[in-house]
Design a protein around this ligand. Structure first.
Ligand code: ZN
Ligand code: ZN
Length: 647
C-alpha cells in the first residue's frame, strides 16, 4: 500500500500502481467525470499514469490552470491531427498551450496557404475527429527509433527537436493517425473537447530565428462546453470594444506617427492632462511616504552601463550608442533609471541615519522592441516609469515593503482595481550558487516579504526559483473587468547594483556597510498603466481622473454664446469642461459625446438661457434636471472630494 496525501492534508491508502483516475473514482464518480489531469509530487501527469510510491497528490479540473493547460495542449494535438488530414504532407513544429488557448506551428505542403477562410474547415475536421473519442496513447521509444520514425514521415522539424534531446528514452503520443513527439501531460482522450474555435493565423520563424524558415502559426481555443466558448467569444468582442488603441483615439488621448517613428507614443492634450493628474496623484502619496523627487538625463555614458552591468546584458538589443566625436566618449539612451539613481546615492557620504533614502523620478527610458512586437501603449520603444529606488539597511527591508504595499493598495482602491493577488518570487530551494548577496540577507529579505504580505492580509502565492539572481521580489497580479490578468506594481530587492557601484553607508558601529536597494514602480510605466486603465474601465475613468468631466451642448447656434459662458463658469469653479458648439442636431451631439465617455452632458437652449440655468444629464444614469451652474459645480466637486479624500 502507498500513502496519498491530498492538498487539505488528508491521507488515504491505495494499492501501489493506482492511477489518478482511480483515485478520483474512489472519491466520487462525478469528480471522475470532471477531472482533467493530476499532479504527483508537484509534477503534472496524465490520469492513467501509475503511482508507485507515497506521494503528494492533486486533481485538476477545468477551473485549475493546470487543468486548462492539459486541455488546451491536447487540443493542439487534435488541431494538428485535423491539419494533417486536410493537408497531408504538412510538417509540424511545436504546439504548446498558451495563456488563452493553444497554437501549432506548421509548414503546409508546397503551394498550400492556410488562411482565415480555412478556419471553419479546420474546426469542422477537429469536431469530426473528436467524435471518435480517440485515446492519447503514450509510448517510450529510443532516440534512434524516434529519428527513424519521424524521418520516414517527413517530419524534419520534429527530427531537429529530437537531435537536441539527450540520449535515452523519448516519448510520443498518438491519437488516431497523428503521432507527436511530446512530453505531455495530456487528457486521456480527445472526448472532453466539446467546442473549438480557430482564432487566428500568423507567421513565425522556426525556433524564433529569422534565418530559419517561416512557419504558419495557427491559434485556437477550446472548451469542455459550448456555452463556455460562447462566453469566451463574447468576452473577446467586449475586449475589442475596450481596446485602448480604439478608445485612445475616440477620447483623443494619444497618437502615433510613422514620421516620428514606430512605438513612440505622443500624448495629446487630453491624454497629457490625464497622465499629469495620475502623476500628481502618485507624487502626493509618495511625498507623504517620505520620497524625494529627482530628475536625471535621458542619456548616460556607456561606462555607466558597463558599471551597472546593463551593457553586457542589454547592450546589443538596446539602441545604438550616440557618438560624441569631440569627447571621444559614447553615450546611450537610458534603458533604465537605476544607474543614475545609484550615482546620486554615491554623490556624498551616507550615514545609517540618512536611510532609508527614497529617490523617485518619472523617468523616461528607451528600449528597442522589434516592430512586430509593438502594440499600442503596452509595448512601446519609449516610455516613462513611475520609478523610485529605496536605499535602506537590511533591517529596514520589511518596513519598506509594507510602505510600498500601502502605496500600491491606495492606487488600486482609487482606481477601482478590486481583484488582485500577490506573487512572491524566491530563490531556488536547492541550487543557490547563482544568487548574489549573502545567505543571511536573502533569508531576512525573503522572510520580510512573506511577513509583509501576511500583515497586510494579502493572498500571496510563493514561487520558488522565480527570483532574479540579484534579489527576491513581490509582484501584484490584477484582474481587470474582463477577468484578464495584468502584472502591476513590482517591488524588487537588489543586492547587485549597490555592489557594482560600491555604495556604502557608515553604520552606528562607525564601519562601512552596503545598503540594500529596492526598485519599485506601482504603475510600471505611465503608458502601459493608462492602457490597462482604459481597458479596465472602457474609458469611463473615475470622475477625479476624467480629462473632461462635463461637456456643454447648446441646442442650436443661437445659444452658443450662453454655452460658452456656462463652460467658462464651470472651468472657473473647478469642473473640467469642454463645449460642443458644432452646428449639429442635439441628438447627434449627445451620441458623439457619449462615445467620448464624458460623464456629464450639460444642455442649454431657450429656457436655460432665459432662466440662466443648465439642464444636466449623467451618462448611463439619466436626467438630473435643470439647475444653476454653481449647484452643478458643487455636485461634481463634492463627488471628487469624497473620492480623493484618502489621498
Ligand atoms: Zn503534447
Ligand atoms: Zn530600478
Amino acid at each position: 500500500m502507498i500513502k496519498i496525501t491530498f492538498p487539505d492534508g488528508s491521507v488515504r491508502e491505495y494499492a501501489a500502481g493506482v492511477t489518478g483516475m482511480e483515485i478520483a473514482e474512489s472519491i466520487s464518480s462525478r469528480l471522475a467525470q470532471e477531472v482533467l489531469a493530476c499532479s504527483v509530487n508537484g509534477v503534472t501527469v496524465e490520469l492513467n499514469r501509475p503511482i508507485t510510491e507515497d506521494a503528494e497528490f492533486r486533481l485538476f479540473k477545468w477551473e485549475d490552470p493546470e487543468g486548462k493547460h492539459a486541455f488546451w495542449h491536447t487540443s493542439s494535438h487534435l488541431m494538428a491531427e485535423a491539419i494533417q488530414e486536410l493537408w497531408p504532407g504538412t510538417q509540424f513544429g511545436i504546439g504548446p498551450a498558451i495563456e488563452q488557448g493553444f497554437y501549432y506551428d506548421v509548414m503546409p505542403p508546397e503551394g498550400v496557404v492556410i488562411s482565415e477562410s480555412d478556419f471553419a474547415r479546420i474546426e469542422q475536421k477537429m469536431m469530426e475527429l473528436q467524435q471518435r473519442k480517440e485515446n492519447l496513447v503514450r509510448s517510450e521509444i529510443s532516440k534512434s527509433d524516434a529519428l527513424k520514425f519521424f524521418a520516414d514521415h517527413g517530419q524534419n522539424y520534429k527530427n531537429e527537436l529530437i537531435e537536441d534531446l539527450e540520449d535515452g528514452t523519448i516519448t510520443t503520443y498518438t491519437q488516431g493517425a497523428f503521432v507527436d513527439l511530446c512530453r505531455g501531460p495530456h487528457l486521456l482522450s480527445t472526448a472532453p473537447i466539446k467546442a473549438v474555435k480557430v482564432m487566428a493565423v500568423s507567421s513565425a520563424y522556426w525556433r524564433g530565428d529569422e534565418k530559419r524558415p517561416q512557419m504558419t502559426r495557427v491559434y485556437g481555443v477550446s472548451f469542455p462546453k459550448k456555452k463556455l466558448l460562447d462566453e469566451y467569444l463574447q468576452m473577446i468582442e467586449e475586449a475589442k470594444r475596450r481596446d485602448h488603441r480604439k478608445i485612445g483615439k475616440e477620447m483623443e488621448l494619444f497618437m502615433f506617427s510613422e514620421l516620428v517613428g514606430k512605438g513612440l507614443p505622443m500624448w495629446l492634450p487630453k491624454g497629457t492632462a490625464l497622465r499629469l493628474r495620475l502623476e500628481d496623484f502618485l507624487k502626493k502619496i509618495q511625498k507623504r511616504f517620505g520620497y524625494q523627487q529627482v530628475m536625471t538625463p535621458h542619456i548616460g555614458s556607456k561606462n555607466l552601463y558597463i558599471t551597472s552591468g546593463h551593457y553586457a546584458k542589454y547592450g546589443k538589443d538596446s539602441f545604438q550608442p550616440i557618438h560624441t566625436p569631440e569627447e571621444g566618449e559614447e553615450y546611450m539612451l537610458k534603458p533604465m533609471n537605476c544607474p543614475h539613481h545609484c550615482a546620486i546615492y554615491a554623490w556624498k557620504p551616507r550615514s545609517y541615519r540618512d536611510l532609508p533614502l527614497r529617490l523617485a523620478e518619472f523617468g523616461t527610458v528607451y528600449r528597442y522592441e522589434q516592430s512586430g512586437e509593438l502594440h499600442g501603449l503596452t509595448r512601446v520603444r519609449g516610455f516613462t516609469q513611475d520609478d523610485a529606488h529605496i536605499f535602506c539597511r537590511p533591517d529596514q527591508v520589511k518596513d519598506e515593503f509594507l510602505r510600498v504595499m500601502d502605496i500600491i493598495l491606495i492606487i488600486f482602491k482609487a482606481l477601482n482595481f478590486q481583484n488582485y493577488e500577490a506573487q512572491i518570487s524566491l530563490r531556488d530551494q536547492v541550487n543557490r550558487d547563482k544568487y548574489i548577496g549573502s545567505d543571511e540577507n536573502w533569508e531576512r529579505a525573503e522572510q520580510s516579504i512573506i511577513e509583509a504580505c501576511q500583515e497586510k492580509g494579502l493572498p500571496a502565492r510563493i514561487e520558488y526559483g522565480e527570483a532574479a539572481f540579484y534579489g527576491p521580489k513581490l509582484d501584484f497580479m490584477v484582474k481587470d473587468a474582463l477577468g484578464r490578468r495584468w502584472q502591476l506594481g513590482t517591488i524588487q530587492v537588489d543586492y547587485n547594483l549597490p555592489e557594482r557601484f560600491g555604495l556604502e553607508y557608515t553604520g552606528a558601529d562607525n564601519l562601512k556597510h552596503r545598503p540594500v536597494m529596492i526598485h519599485r514602480a506601482p504603475f510600471g510605466s505611465m503608458e502601459r498603466f493608462v492602457a490597462v486603465l482604459i481597458e479596465h474601465t472602457a474609458g469611463r475613468f473615475p470622475l477625479w481622473l476624467m480629462p473632461d468631466q462635463a461637456v456643454v451642448m447648446p441646442i442650436s447656434d443661437k445659444f452658443n454664446d450662453y454655452g460658452h459662458e456656462v463652460a467658462r463658469q464651470l472651468e472657473m469653479l473647478g469642473v473640467r469642461t469642454t463645449i460642443d458648439d458644432r452646428s449639429e442636431k442635439i441628438g447627434r451631439k449627445i451620441r458623439d459625446n457619449e462615445l467620448k465617455h464624458i460623464p456629464y452632458l450639460v444642455i442649454v437652449g431657450e429656457k436655460e438661457t432665459a432662466e440662466q440655468t443648465i439642464s444636466v444629464r449623467k451618462q448611463g444614469e439619466g436626467e438630473m434636471g435643470s439647475m444653476k451652474v454653481e449647484a452643478f459645480a458643487k455636485i461634481v466637486n463634492d463627488l471628487v472630494d469624497e473620492m480623493t479624500k484618502e489621498f
